[in-house]
Design a protein around this ligand. Structure first.
Ligand code: GLP
Length: 236
């Protein structure tokens, strides 16, 4: 594991964007695993600049996102599809038909999960997976559990996650109680993983995840078993 500590969120975003840019330069038709949350927003901003100034070209890139709230569709400004369009896809030359987010409005979420994993497999797997981390150690929406769950699946969100994400909604009651998330299988099969975290509040969970025991109670700790992980952390 490569653990990089930086001083500012700006620096974190610049480094993360450089790693993603290198991936695209090395393999222009790569599959990027993308994440939502506030942590990667700065990275997306840098990538948009890099695209504008001609440093990177997204036209042959495919993306697969980690997760989506159940019941929110693209017209809802809190859906992760809306977030990705708004913060990233609408501002770069990626082919939108090659950007995938799990469908949280699917009638059969189990079938949706199976189809999502099959699609990732058919794409040849994920070359580089970008991750944030929740305060309880969740990656995607894989919450603390008694076992690591492999396939893309429906999850019940933890009380702490609902509270943490309530800041984006009108109030806590508006936060969906369930979500669909890529499981540990597709995440761990990604060839490279890049996790970004910032803020003093994340320090404890970062320490637990990367320097503590590997346990499903701290979902991100499974990443210690991955052969190519880069963590970029900034306290500010
Ligand atoms: C959400 C997302 C996660 C993300 C987490 C942390 O719950 N499902 O993928 O990592 O938020 O968000 P933030 O970066 O805003 O702290």
């Amino acid at each position: 594991m490569k653990f990089i500590t930086v001083k500012t969120y700006e620096e974190l975003s610049e480094k993360a964007a450089d790693i993603i840019a290198s991936q695209i330069i090395v393999k222009p038709n790569c599959v990027l695993g993308l994440a939502t949350g506030s942590s990667p927003v700065g990275t997306y901003k840098r990538l948009i600049k890099d695209n504008e100034n001609g440093k990177i070209d997204f036209s042959t890139v495919t993306s697969v996102n980690l997760d989506e709230y159940v019941g929110l569709d693209v017209t809802n400004d809190q859906s992760y599809r809306y977030f990705m369009n708004d913060n990233f896809f609408n501002h770069v030359n990626i082919d939108k038909s090659k950007t995938f987010v799990p469908n949280g409005c699917a009638a059969d979420l189990k079938a949706e999960g199976e189809a999502y994993d099959k699609m990732i497999k058919d794409l040849g797997g994920i070359d580089l997976q970008l991750l944030g981390i929740g305060l309880d150690g969740h990656i995607g929406f894989n919450e603390p559990d008694s076992c690591f769950v492999g396939p893309t699946h429906e999850v019940t969100l933890d009380e702490s996650t609902i509270k943490a994400n309530a800041r984006f909604f009108a109030n806590e009651d508006e936060v969906p109680k369930t979500a669909i998330t890529m499981g540990m299988m597709s995440i761990m099969q990604a060839r490279k993983i890049l996790l970004v975290a910032n803020g003093a509040a994340k320090k404890e969970i970062i320490e637990k995840s990367f320097f503590g025991p590997i346990t499903p109670e701290v979902p991100a700790s499974i990443l210690q078993l991955h052969p190519d992980v880069t963590v970029i952390f900034s306290e500010n």
